[in-house]
Design a protein around this ligand. Structure first.
Ligand SMILES: [Zn+2]
Length: 216
């Protein structure tokens, strides 16, 4: 659909390996006091991130849009490796974009909402972030009844992904956004994240943002 363009799809952290073991640090998971998530009451952020990016890639396939996942199916690839991939392949295409998928967490597990991060300063990435928030908002009416998807306009105070933010956003040579899709350690947000409809809408918003950005 867009010749000479590539979008780098990034699912943060690692997933479940073949033995059913979570490959990422305990800070990227949360054991809820109730509910059923990935393994019993455990919510694994890296697993959820991959559910979204798989859906994004399925949709991109339908448009014949060239993409490359920066993440492994389940290993927790280093941020340096992910950045190196984006920067190497990025030089082979006229235009490229990084979209990194995460979900947030913070103590004491009461924070909720949606955040989009870009590298500091005014860059092309800010334009992508604006397009994306608009697309998330456009789909608001299609979320399950009663769903609140709020944009957090101030930093959450969470240290959860700050390191990832700065690295994947600052070290890549192309526009890049990192999306924190709600808070997986908050029961209400985590319940929303397990809703296939919500996941599909988050994926749909990413695909619309990619198309809109490359179309501009
Ligand atoms: Zn994360």
């Amino acid at each position: 659909m867009f010749p000479n363009t590539i979008v780098f799809i990034d699912a943060g952290h690692g997933g479940l390996n073949r033995a059913g073991e979570y490959t990422t640090a305990p800070s990227k998971m949360f054991r809820h006091a109730r509910g059923a998530f990935h393994q019993g009451s455990n919510f694994y952020e890296g697993v959820w991130n991959r559910v979204v990016t798989n859906q994004v890639m399925r949709k991109l396939d339908r448009f014949g849009i060239t993409y490359l996942p920066l993440h492994h199916d389940y290993l927790d690839n280093s941020l340096q490796h992910r950045v190196d991939m984006a920067n190497w392949y990025g030089t082979k295409f006229a235009r490229s974009l990084v979209v990194s998928t995460h979900a947030n967490a913070s103590v004491p597990h009461t924070a909720r909402g949606f955040e989009i991060y870009t590298s500091p300063g005014t860059t092309e990435s800010d334009k992508v972030a604006s397009i994306h928030w608009n697309n998330v908002n456009l789909l608001r009416n299609f979320y399950p009844k009663g769903t609140q998807i709020t944009m957090r306009t101030t930093p959450s105070g969470s240290q959860h992904d700050n390191e990832a933010n700065f690295f994947i956003l600052r070290k890549t040579n192309m526009p890049a956004i990192l999306i924190e899709h709600l808070f997986f350690d908050n029961f209400e947000d985590a319940t929303l994240l397990m809703d296939d409809n919500v996941v599909d809408l988050f994926a749909e918003a990413q695909v619309r943002t990619i198309i809109e950005y490359f179309n501009a």
